[in-house]
Design a protein around this ligand. Sequence first.
Ligand code: ADP
Ligand code: AMP
Length: 220
Amino acid sequence: MEILMMGAPGAGKGTQAAYLSKKYGIPQISTGDMFRAAVAEGTELGKQAAACMAAGKLVPDAVTIGIVRERLAKADCEKGFILDGFPRTVEQADALERILSEQGKNLTLAINIAVPSEELIERAIGRRLCRKCGATYHVKFKPSRQENVCDACGGELYQRADDTAETMAKRLGVYEASTLPLIEYYKSAGKYAEVDGRCPISEVTAELIKVLDATEDRGR
Ligand code: ADP
Ligand code: AMP
């Protein structure tokens, strides 16, 4: 299964991709996580990405497409993958088509998690991440058992520097201008599905599984 998790910043792509990755046994590939790791390690890629991320802008297409191309060539992607946060522009979507066709693969489905913008801001501001294992929490909607401590590994939780009201406003503007057109892109390819992302996390997961299992059944 080659799946894209689509949705605005804070819609729940990473949260859901993590569950689906476990359920279907295919890797979750998050370009945001890859950039954050590169920034933390201080690599050349991290230096290129840091300023864009801090400003709420997209990292240039050529850079982003390059890291995804490399990642999708790894052996663990043979049986499929869940892309989370890529593509975010039509140029990235076209590049993904080329990469998949070179690998003799076809996109299974792009699923959009639809959430109104007021809720996105509250979700982003309350988001907390584990410094050690990357698990995602929310101070109100998915609190850790012990404040600022990861349930899974005991790591320290932190708030992303770009999860402020100001940077979120910029990120939502970029989403509307550059990423929203991808809904039409995948609709016209007959590869689009949408779930209501306003429900609690477990209900969104159940909806996604329903959509994916129905798609797999049709493909059999
Ligand atoms: P994205 O990867 O789309 O940016 P995340 O998966 O990181 O979004 O989710 C953003 C924040 O919202 C996180 O703190 C997460 O715990 C929380 N969250 C995710 N899905 C829901 C939901 N259905 N209801 C309430 N909060 C949610
Ligand atoms: P995310 O974790 O998906 O919210 O992404 C955090 C930041 O990483 C974004 O605001 C961008 O600066 C950068 N980023 C992540 N994915 C992409 C992408 N596909 N294209 C360009 N920039 C990206």
